[in-house]
Design a protein around this ligand. Structure first.
Ligand code: PAF
Length: 281
């Protein structure tokens, strides 16, 4: 039976016991509403590490005004069952007051890498992510932490934060898990109506077109983005937030693909904002 800890002291105690028993510790940070994408991370951690902690916390500091903080799907009991079945030993599910008690004043910020893509569209989002992830690292003290490639910018930022702050944690980034029709798994897919769900495959189709063009030796970012835009705009209920190609490590804008490039997009399908990406080259 997976143990659900609500507070920091009991989480630290459980992790310390696992360490005393000679186990390595893996952490899978999540906001809950677990799907196959999260569970692939839990399984990887359980395969690599003797003790796996899954954190479940809908982190308010990474949501902007008017975003879906209140609406974000929550279901701790089901998450604990799914995570346990996938190999987690401990669920850390703190309350907001536990993570951000009255008087809370400290934030972690990564510069430059947070300027573009989702960082430009969701001001303050990554500051909230890096702050909560640092806190989760300090509480759970993992040897390794697992993140999904679907949140590619988040993964690059967290890797850089770990490097810059000399945190002794290995960051492992696992491939995006997709529905059979290519839609990237996301807790937010639950918001889509049946009609929107069909249209939502345009993100993956646009990325596939980018891959095809790259395979045909097209290197012009302008051409690739133009073709992706046409695919997304062909759907009735879509609104492009951004479609961009950036250097895969520095996340700086590029015009030609000459080194590994992250091609990423964020698209509103109805009211639901979805993201996805591929790396070319
Ligand atoms: O990727 C997420 O679900 C969140 O951004 C994370 C890493 C759990 C931090 O709240």
């Amino acid at each position: 039976m997976t143990y659900v800890a609500r507070d920091i002291v009991e989480t630290r105690r459980a992790v310390a016991e696992a360490r005393t028993a000679g186990k390595t510790v893996g952490l899978v940070p999540t906001m809950g509403a677990l799907h196959e994408g999260h569970l692939s991370l839990v399984r990887a951690s359980a395969a690599d590490c003797g003790y796996t902690v899954v954190s479940v916390f809908v982190n308010p500091t990474q949501f902007g005004p008017g975003e879906d903080l209140e609406r974000y799907p929550r279901g701790l009991e089901n998450d604990a069952k799914l995570a346990g079945d996938a190999g987690a030993e401990l669920i850390f599910a703190p309350t907001t007051d536990t993570m951000y008690p009255a008087g809370y004043a400290t934030y972690v910020e990564v510069e430059r890498l947070t300027d573009g893509l989702c960082g430009a569209r969701r001001p303050g989002h990554f500051r909230g992510v890096t702050t909560v992830v640092t806190k989760l690292f300090n509480i759970c003290k993992p040897d390794a932490a697992y993140f999904g490639q679907k949140d590619a910018q988040q993964a690059v930022i967290i890797k850089r934060m770990v490097r810059d702050l000399d945190l002794d944690i290995e960051i492992r980034v696992l491939p995006t898990v997709r529905e059979p029709d290519g839609l990237a798994m996301s807790s937010r897919n639950e918001y889509l109506s049946a009609e929107e769900r069909l249209q939502a495959t345009c993100l993956y189709r646009a990325l596939q077109r980018a891959e095809e063009l790259y395979a045909e030796r097209v290197r012009s970012v302008g051409r690739i983005i133009a073709e992706m835009t046409a695919i997304v705009e062909a759907e009735r209920d879509t609104r492009i937030d951004y479609i961009s190609a950036v250097d895969a490590e520095e996340l700086s804008p590029i015009e030609e693909i000459t080194a590994p490039a992250l091609v990423a997009l964020a698209v509103f399908v109805g009211e639901t904002r979805l993201i996805d990406n591929v790396v070319l080259g």
